[in-house]
Design a protein around this ligand. Sequence first.
Ligand code: ZN
Length: 405
Amino acid sequence: MKKIIKCGSFFSAVDQNVQKNVAVVVEDNIISQVVPANTVDTAGAEVIDLSDKFVMPGLIDGHLHVGMNGEPDSMAEFPFLKTGDVAYRAMRYVERDLMAGFTTIRCEGDFGYVDISLRDAIQKGLCVGPRMQCSGIAISSTGGHGDFHFNPDVSGGEFAAICNSPDAARAATRATFKHGADQVKLMATGGVMSKGDEPGACEMTFEEMKACCEVAKFRGRTSSAHAHGAEGIKNAIRAGITSIEHGMLIDDEGIDMLVEYGTYLVPTIIAAYRIVEFGKAAGIPDYAVEKAQICLENHAAHLKTMVKKGVKIAFGTDTGTPYSKHGDQAFEFQLMVQAGIPAAYCLQAATKVNAEMIKREKELGTIEPGKLADIVAFDGNPIEDGMKSMMNCCFVMKDGVVYKG
Ligand SMILES: [Zn+2]
């Protein structure tokens, strides 16, 4: 059936302009026309009146974890988790992402491949959620950011494949694709929530990451690297990674390399922000709060330079980490603007730029004829009234189906 959405304020994300009184025509799950509202023929169509709303493409969260939901120290339970338990709760969490306007999410490493099963269940209509771009389990090294939570006498493997050579990393990447992953996630450096490692320290070698990126490239897939420290970031960029996640301790050379190689940077400011905001009193481990504080201070300065130098900044939230809950992640927009990223660009980062990053720009990321009908709306104009408006999602259409509003 034909649906016509009347949009008061309209942000196509093709450029940074906001247009007034536009009609979007949706036939089945495809956008067929974008025309001035007063010229559209409504005969025989269902009319959806959003003439007092801000309408834009469905949001894409470029970095989150479906199995966690802001627990102060979720890693502590990892050794005892059962995959089925994670899968059931993940099913509820992603529904909240969709209702907040995130019609697509990129899962950056989840327990026991639950993201892949959930993606397929949503596609089959067994449950409701966003479209999902999945990593399955991440690739890490012994004692690395994906292995830290296990007793050294017990082998891990549920949260990350543990590899210590290029051959092992290559095999693990092939295995994640065999499980149905859309991309591969690498743990290039230490992290904030991992006990006993340093965000600045390299954990996977250049050769190991190169082997993984090569496998992804052969198959036309993308890759991402959790990377804080400057050397680990540069190793990952040289290895051919699609995106650097966090990147909080980057240096000037690393920033120049992001531009030179066209590598995306997913800043996930909210993750460190929430850890520092809630702190030790809220049950977050001391070491994590201390590391997040250092990362956050460095990040603020670097983001200003990245904007100036034209780095491709994408939108991602690391939702699932302490006090970052599914459905609340649009707060990242406010933090991005505070960091000096222009408001209209932030909206493009979460739509057009992210669609390009996950190589789905032919079908997602903008409202244009021929694209999939992922369309959302908000109360208030985020560009004029401030990014707080992005917390007020009032309409969600995914693949031509209305889920909210
Ligand atoms: Zn993450």
